[in-house]
Ligand binder design. Structure first.
Ligand SMILES: [Zn+2]
Length: 222
């Protein structure tokens, strides 16, 4: 890094926009650098990069895909740092993702980590968590900790079924184990309750108000 360049702290203050290039998420002490943020940083310092797939698992029948990618950051023709990123269809929210988007996510994670590494920015930013769900961070917004289940045919308190299998995300809610999918479903049902029907009294009151108003108008005109 040549000395006429700003430090990463200065770049953050001068060039990066909060909410676009970096942001804050519950449960993470430092703001996370987004992909556009990392790209802006790389452009400012004149960094180029190259990806290489280190390991891939493509089980088309099971629709399971895994990629581990290394991102090498290049400055003036020299590799100045590299970082690894990985992603699989077992990552939360990625179960139905096509292989290409799993690969892209692995690349993105490697890239953001590598840029953070070469600018020594990990004191300032967390790696990109923008599209990791809280499950990947193991804590949901309301503080429930989620784990990969170690048993099969476990009982789920959310739906009263024995359907939890090994690897499913499970958490203890009010002392009872439940599957994260079922918990999320419960939350979404709770949050989507339609607004309460207007009561007959309210309707009547509104009608009366309208009538009163009409009466006032009539008086004024008279
Ligand atoms: Zn369940």
């Amino acid at each position: 890094m040549s000395t006429d360049k700003m430090t990463i702290e200065e770049v953050k203050d001068e060039l990066l926009k909060e909410g676009e290039d970096y942001g804050l998420t519950k449960g993470i002490p430092k703001p996370f650098l987004t992909l556009p943020g990392a790209q802006r940083v790389a452009k400012y310092y004149g960094y180029k990069h190259a990806f290489e797939i280190q390991e891939s698992v493509e089980q088309h029948q099971e629709k399971f895909y895994f990629y581990r990618v290394i991102c090498r950051v290049v400055s003036e023709g020299e590799i100045i740092g590299d970082m690894i990123g990985s992603c699989s269809t077992h990552d939360s929210g990625k179960g139905k993702a096509p292989p290409n988007s799993i690969l892209k996510m692995a690349e993105k994670r490697a890239y953001v980590s590598a840029i953070l590494y070469v600018v020594a920015g990990s004191g300032l930013f967390s790696a990109d968590v923008e599209d990791m769900s809280p499950a990947e961070l193991n804590v949901s917004e309301d503080g429930v900790k989620w784990f990969g289940a170690k048993w099969s045919n476990g009982f789920c308190a959310a739906c009263n079924n024995k359907h939890i299998s090994e690897g499913d995300m499970v958490g203890k809610v009010d002392g009872k184990w439940m599957a994260k999918d079922c918990y999320d479903h419960l939350q979404s049902v709770e949050n989507s309750n339609p607004p309460e029907e207007e009561s007959q009294e309210d309707k009547l009151a509104k009608t009366l108000q309208t009538k009163d108003y009409a009466a006032e108008m009539f008086k004024e005109e008279a």
